[in-house]
Design a protein around this ligand. Structure first.
Ligand code: NAD
Ligand code: UDP
Length: 301
C-alpha cells in the first residue's frame, strides 16, 4: 500500500514510518520541519519505499495514496504556543487538506480534547472541559475542530475515518527542546541539574511508550471504528513520582525544585482504554522499562 504520513519526521511520525516500511508499505512523508528533525528519519532515506517532501500541510495538496495518517502538528506546549495562529491553522486547514483527498484517513487527535477533565478515567463519551480562550486553546480547540471535520466529512461525504485520541507518549527521538516532562526530567537528571516540577507535582499523567502507541495506531487503522478512540496507558502517576523514578534510574544527584504551574495545566489525566482492549490491544511496556530505553537514547545523543 502507498501511505501518506503527514508530520512524518517528528517523534511519533518517524516511528510510524519505520514500522509501516517494515510491513512492506511505500511511505510518502510530508513535513515542514517545524519541530521534526531529519535525524529522525535519516536511517529511512536509503529505502526506495520512503519518500520525503518538505511541505506545509496548511497549503492544499494532492497525491495518489491509499491511506493517510495525519500527524502534522506541533505537540508540546512550548512548540504549539510558539505560533498559536499557525498551530490552529495546521490543525484545522491541515485536516481539511488531508480529508479532501477522500482516502481512508487516521487523525492524530489528543487527550487534550478533554481539557482539564472532571471525569476519571476519561471515556470517549466524555465531552471534556476545555477553556476556549486560554494559552492551550490553539491546540485543544484546533484538535477538537479537526475531530468535528473528520466526523462531518465521514457523515456528509462518506470518508473512511479513524480518530486516535493519543495520551502522553514518550520514547527515543523526543526532541531535546520539546519541554515535555519526560524529556526535560531525563535531560536534567543526566546533567545533574535541578528537576523542574511545575506546581506541587500532584498533577497526574499516564505515560505510554512509543512502541505501544504505534501498534495501537495500526490496529485502529485496520479496525472499522469511525468514532474517536483513546490510545494510552492506564497507569496513572503523579509528576513528583515520575521525577523520583527518573532520579533513581539515572542515579542522578539532581534536586527537585518547584516552578509555577502553567495556565490551564490539567490536574488529572487517565484514559479509559476499553475500546482498544476490545480490539485486542493493550500497552505492554511498563514505565520503568520504557524510561530505561529513553534514558539510553538521551545518553547516546
Ligand atoms: P512532533 O512535534 O515531534 O511531530 C510533529 C511533526 O509535524 C513535526 O515533524 C513537525 O515538523 C510537523 N509539522 C508541524 N506543523 C506542520 C505543518 N504545518 N506542515 C507540515 N508538517 C508540520 O510531535 P509528535 O509528538 O510526534 O506528535 C505527532 C502528532 O501526534 C501530533 O499531531 C500531536 O498532536 C499528536 N499527539 C502527540 C502526543 C504525544 O504525547 N507526543 C499526544 C497526543 C497527540
Ligand atoms: N511538567 C513539569 N516539569 C517540566 C515539564 C512539564 O512539571 O519540566 C508538568 C506539566 O506542568 C504537566 C505535566 O508535567 O503537568 C506533563 O507535561 P507535558 O508538557 O509533558 O505534557 P501535557 O501537559 O501536554 O500533558
Amino acid at each position: 500500500m502507498r501511505i501518506l504520513v503527514t508530520g512524518g519526521v517528528g517523534f511519533i511520525g518517524s516511528h510510524l514510518c519505520e514500522k509501516l516500511i517494515s510491513e512492506g508499505h511505500e511511505i510518502l512523508c510530508l513535513d515542514n520541519f517545524f519541530t521534526g528533525s531529519k535525524r529522525n528519519i535519516s536511517h529511512l532515506m536509503d529505502y526506495d519505499s520512503f519518500e520525503l517532501i518538505r511541505y506545509d500541510v496548511t497549503k492544499p495538496y494532492y497525491f495518489e495514496v491509499d491511506q493517510i495518517y495525519n500527524l502534522a502538528c506541533p505537540a508540546s506546549p512550548v512548540h504549539y504556543q510558539r505560533d498559536p495562529i499557525k498551530t490552529i491553522n495546521t490543525c484545522v486547514i491541515g485536516a481539511i487538506n488531508a480529508l479532501e483527498l477522500n482516502k481512508k484517513i487516521l487523525q492524530a487527535s489528543t487527550s487534550e480534547v478533554y481539557g482539564d477533565p472532571q471525569e476519571h478515567p476519561q471515556h470517549e463519551s466524555y465531552w471534556g472541559n476545555v477553556n476556549p480562550i486560554g494559552i492551550r486553546s490553539c491546540y485543544d480547540e484546533g484538535k477538537r475542530c479537526a475531530e468535528t471535520l473528520f466526523m462531518d466529512y465521514h457523515r456528509q461525504r462518506g470518508v473512511d475515518i479513524r480518530i486516535a485520541r493519543i495520551f502522553n507518549t514518550y520514547g527515543p527521538r523526543m526532541a531535546k527542546d520539546d519541554g515535555r516532562v519526560v524529556s526535560n526530567f531525563i535531560i536534567q537528571a543526566l546533567n545533574n541539574e535541578d528537576i523542574t516540577i511545575y506546581g506541587n507535582g500532584t498533577q497526574t499523567r499516564c505515560f505510554q511508550y512509543i512502541d505501544d502507541l504505534i501498534e495501537g495506531l495500526i490496529i485502529l487503522m485496520k479496525s472499522n471504528i469511525t468514532d474517536p478512540v483513546n490510545i494510552g496507558n492506564e497507569k496513572e502517576y503523579r509528576i513528583i513520582e515520575l521525577a523520583s523514578l527518573i532520579i533513581h534510574l539515572t542515579d542522578s544527584k539532581s534536586k527537585i525544585i518547584h516552578k509555577e504551574l502553567p495556565e490551564d495545566d490539567p490536574l488529572r489525566r487517565c484514559p479509559d482504554i476499553s475500546i482498544m482492549k476490545g480490539l485486542g490491544w493493550e500497552p505492554k511496556i511498563k514505565l520503568k522499562e520504557g524510561l530505561l530505553k529513553t534514558i539510553d537514547y538521551f545518553e547516546k545523543s
